[in-house]
Design a protein around this ligand. Structure first.
Ligand code: NDP
Length: 241
């Protein structure tokens, strides 16, 4: 039997100053880990969480943030690529910039942080990478061609990473939330929220904690033989995808 909890590890969550990222940071903190989050806008963080400024669209900024985390907590052993944006609009109205900017943050941004983290993980011969995707990635959603493409791409990253680095004690998994109560979903029109609610078997939206607990578990020793998986946290919305 392995221990259920291996703390304290150096954990980094991108976009961890609010929403799902902050809930994930709090879950790791409660686990006894050394937790750092990236932020862009100044924000109050709970005591015990290290905030480092970073924009995931900028490689130099990512590198500087990792250096700060490594100096304070040691090499990153658990990386949660959570930072993400939406720029929803229907295909015919979607500009190329609407498309590429979402890809640059959600997909290339994940690539930048994973590449930077992998160096330390390879040296440690262990690591956990968790990519926060979305039900939209595999199920699709009108008005989200850019977002869905970026979130589906994360599955390709996790699976190729698993094949490249799986023998080094590193796992890479995707967590795909459905409709979670955060700033991102608060922006959706009320009618869209009602439509979603009608199609969710659980009959409700979720709290960010319900995603955070799954991320913490998939990063634990209990999940040591799971890699390349897509774990839905969507109340059944995307079943079968
Ligand atoms: P929020 O909009 O509440 O938070 C997004 C976070 O990402 C913020 O911390 C934001 O930083 C950060 N971020 C955005 N762009 C960048 C960037 N270029 N560089 C660094 N950080 C950046 O979103 P949620 O908490 O709702 O979502 C978190 C993740 O979960 C996202 O990847 C999202 O796609 C995914 N998700 C969310 C769902 C939901 O229902 N809420 C459903 C499915 C997936 P800042 O505060 O500086 O803007």
């Amino acid at each position: 039997m392995t221990e259920a909890v291996t703390a304290p590890r150096s954990v980094l969550i991108t976009g961890g100053n609010r929403g799902i990222g902050l809930a994930i940071a709090k879950a790791f903190l409660a686990n006894g880990d050394k937790v750092a989050v990236t932020y862009r806008s100044e924000s109050e963080l709970p005591e015990g969480i290290l905030g480092v400024k970073a924009d995931v669209t900028d490689e130099a900024s990512v590198d500087a943030a990792f250096k700060e985390v490594e100096a304070a907590h040691g090499p990153v052993e658990v990386l949660v690529a959570n930072a993400g944006i939406t720029k929803d609009t229907l295909l015919l109205r979607m500009s190329e910039t609407d498309f590429t900017s979402v890809i640059d943050t959600n997909l290339t941004g994940a690539f930048r942080v994973i590449k930077r983290a992998s160096k330390g993980m390879i040296r440690l011969r262990k690591g956990r990478v968790v990519l926060i995707s979305s039900v939209s990635g595999l199920y699709g959603a009108p008005g989200q061609i850019n977002y869905s493409a970026s979130k589906a791409g994360l599955v390709g990253i996790a699976r190729s990473l698993t094949r490249e680095l799986g023998s080094r004690g590193i796992t890479a998994n995707v967590v795909a939330p459905g409709f979670i109560n955060t700033d991102m979903t608060a922006e959706l029109p009320e009618a869209t929220q009602k439509d979603y609610l009608a199609s969710i078997p659980a009959g409700r939206f979720a709290d960010a904690d319900e995603v955070a607990n799954v991320v913490r578990w998939i990063s634990s020793d209990e999940a040591s033989y799971i890699s390349g998986a897509v774990i839905p946290v969507d109340g059944g919305l995307g079943m079968g995808h």
